[in-house]
Design a protein around this ligand. Structure first.
Ligand code: HEC
Length: 118
């Protein structure tokens, strides 16, 4: 078997490239899985729309929203840090989900087109 030769850019800068990769993807350790998220988000559609576009004016649409923002907002509801407005509604919604569930659901909604999933 021939030895595996890495291009010089990788061998020379390997540690730096690795460090950059870690910095660039804070969620890489446990990335969200949109397919698992779809399963977990079954009950969300009543308020946020099956296609991620909220059917009711007082509820926010989630389709195509930034994934990191969705994670942080859901964690804030869960932890009780996001309050006021209708936040108590979401606090209750998040109580049964762990951080991985939240990442999965964020990946699911972030992957939807902003005009709404088909
Ligand atoms: C009973 C209706 C209802 C259900 C069910 C519901 N939500 Fe919400 N959601 C809301 C409302 C209302 C808000 C706005 C809360 C506020 O005023 O901060 C919200 C806000 C959010 C936000 C923040 C949006 C933003 O732009 O900041 C996210 C993310 C979210 N919901 C995700 C979910 C997920 C995921 C589920 C399913 C597990 C879910 N919601 C279920 C009503 C609901």
């Amino acid at each position: 078997m021939p030895p595996i030769t890495l291009p010089p850019i990788v061998t020379r800068n390997g540690p730096w490239l690795l460090a950059l990769g870690l910095l660039a993807s804070p969620f890489s350790a446990m990335a969200g899985d949109p397919e698992a998220g779809q399963e977990k988000a079954r009950t969300c559609g009543a308020c946020h729309g099956a296609n991620g576009i909220a059917p009711i004016d007082r509820y926010p649409s989630l389709a195509g929203q930034n994934e990191g923002y969705l994670v942080l907002s859901m964690l804030a509801y869960k932890n009780g840090n996001r309050r006021g407005g209708q936040a108590t509604v979401m606090h209750g919604q998040m109580s049964n989900f762990n951080t991985q569930d939240i990442k999965d659901m964020a990946a699911y909604y972030a992957a939807m087109p902003r005009t709404g999933a088909e």
